[in-house]
Design a protein. Structure first.
Lengths: 317, 317
DNA sequence: ATCATTTGTGACGTGAATTCAACATGGCCC
DNA sequence: GGGCCATGTTGAATTCACGTCACAAATGAT
């Protein structure tokens, strides 16, 4: 049941074509219709409007007063529709404002360095980069892309894997000197932890015992809203934190932070994904371009941690 | 085969409604559609444009960058369409420029006097009144209405009868004094006639002989393009002319023109019609109004010619 | 965790629009 | 003036897009 029967845009288009070409038949040819179809369409339009637009004999067309006015308006309107749709269409070149949301460590270390090149490649794109570790609602925040670390909640969001990061539990030397170094996950109960103000998908820190994984977490002495803040606290000796290796690698090599319980989580990794609302309708060009760009250029090195003979940790690979 | 498949106007309308009301379901209610229909329509639009316009969860709608822009344009365009159609529609009151074509005598004597009242009744109508006795092509001249005297050629034009006028062959007294008064149509061969520069539907002057009608016409000494010119020539004694009684009635009564051959054409009449292009599509309101106005107010008196005892002619009735 | 509401999807039927064929009309050239 | 070509119009058959229906998925609230 075609409830929305009258397609006024088609009527206008045909009408304009008829006027431009000066005949039903020629218009029909151009529009890949039959003259009959054009005739009926114009008649429909006129009947619907309740007034004659074109006086026609077999040889000549003449516009009525109304036809004149309608023609001019129609041309304008069609042009504007064309423009509106072309503008909205994910036309050729990516353009518009791209809103990206990333957690702070990854954003600072891996996204930001890529931005200049991306913007250079796509001059018509402007970028809003929001760095926050808080989970945001993509739609509510009008973000096009979010970068998330860790397991994803099932949703209609589409994720593109950007890399993997080893996670390490660390403490500052002065902290460890004061509270001791935990030997087993169970020891964490007597330690101080740095936690998050926002809900994470996993609650505790995963540790492997045999082939089982168990979670443990030290009682939090502080909770912060982003990884960089956690790192700063850890550096200051406030407590233990579980952070991404790409984030604190330099601190470990410099000896400012010391990994603990390494034997329990040799394979503790979290995936890094670019997440976007997808699949129901086509993606704006700028979003696709950005995702592709990230996937191609982001290289999260995932070195192994090795302990040297002198007790110092180094990153290999 | 709906070759003109996409009715972009409907898409825009639904899209705008969805945005305005903030939900597919509410939009569907308002548009008397099912939510499913709305969903599909929006999806179609997005697919066609190749980019997502609305990010949607079950509870919230958010416009993408493209959606924003498209919405604003769409609102504007829909408004303009509305305006264009309303303007073109033979809405309520007649308006616009009305082009009327009339022959000169009838126009001067019967149309012009009515014009002020008509314009007063329809303030939004402006009038172009072209007085010419030449047959014009209604469409080519962009005339809405033409007033024609005499038999109509078959055409798709629609005619509304406004009245009838007795036709009289007349000559000025000084002409008759010089060339004599014709007693029979055959005598016309020895007279001088005033003819027309434009083709008329009847060639000669009709005269009744018994119940047969024959045509005769004096050799033209002059040909003019309108009835008023013919009258002037006749008044000046240039020759005989066949003119409408409503036109030269006063001249006859004043004795400036004298009817001849009256016994041969007692019923020589020509109908007066308002003619307009019609019936395929609705008539613009101003045209209908004008036709109706004419039909109602034009009263062509059709008096009988009587000859008094002193040889003078008078008009009766 | 369950429920209520909203959006998305597959299959189906409808009907409005287009086509096809035949007819009317007008213009043009000889 | 008359036949021919091109054009616009009409009536009946056909078809293809669009919306509905029923069901599934997902999301937010209680």
């Amino acid at each position: 049941m075609a409830r929305f029967d009258t397609n006024r845009s088609a009527e206008m288009e045909v009408f304009v074509r008829v006027v431009d070409l000066g005949g039903f038949t020629q218009a029909a040819r151009k529009l890949r219709l039959t003259p009959s179809g054009v005739s009926k369409l114009i008649s429909r339009l006129e009947t619907r409007l309740g007034s004659r637009l074109i006086n026609r004999t077999t040889r000549k067309l003449t516009l009525t007063e109304e036809g004149q006015a309608f023609y001019q308006r129609a041309v304008r309107i069609l042009g504007e529709m064309e423009e509106a749709e072309r503008e909205a269409a994910s036309g050729s070149a990516p353009r518009g404002r791209l809103t990206v949301n990333s957690n702070i460590p990854f954003g600072m270390l891996h996204v930001m360095p890529l931005i200049p090149r991306f913007l250079e490649q796509h001059p018509d794109v402007t970028l809003d980069l929001v760095l926050t570790d808080t989970l945001i609602d993509l739609m509510q925040e009008r973000a096009d892309v979010a970068i998330r670390v860790g397991p994803l909640r099932a949703s209609r969001l589409v994720a593109r894997k950007l890399g993997t990061s080893r996670m390490v539990v660390v403490g500052a030397p002065n902290y460890l000197a004061r509270f001791g170094t935990p030997k087993t996950p169970a020891d964490l109960a007597d330690h101080r932890g740095i936690g998050w103000t926002f809900p994470r998908t996993i609650r505790g820190w995963p540790f492997k015992r045999g082939d089982r994984t168990e979670e443990a977490v030290p009682p939090p002495v502080a909770r912060v809203s982003d990884g960089e803040a956690a790192r700063r606290l850890a550096l200051g000796g406030a407590g233990l934190a579980r952070l991404a290796l790409f984030h604190i690698g330099p601190d470990i090599e410099a000896g400012r932070l010391v990994p603990v319980l390494q034997s329990y989580n040799p394979g503790d990794r979290e995936d890094i994904h670019a997440v976007y609302v997808g699949h129901t309708a086509p993606l704006p060009a700028r979003v696709r371009a950005f995702i592709d760009f990230l996937a191609e250029h982001v290289r999260v090195s995932d070195p192994a941690l090795k302990r040297a003979g002198d007790g110092r940790w180094t990153l290999m690979g």
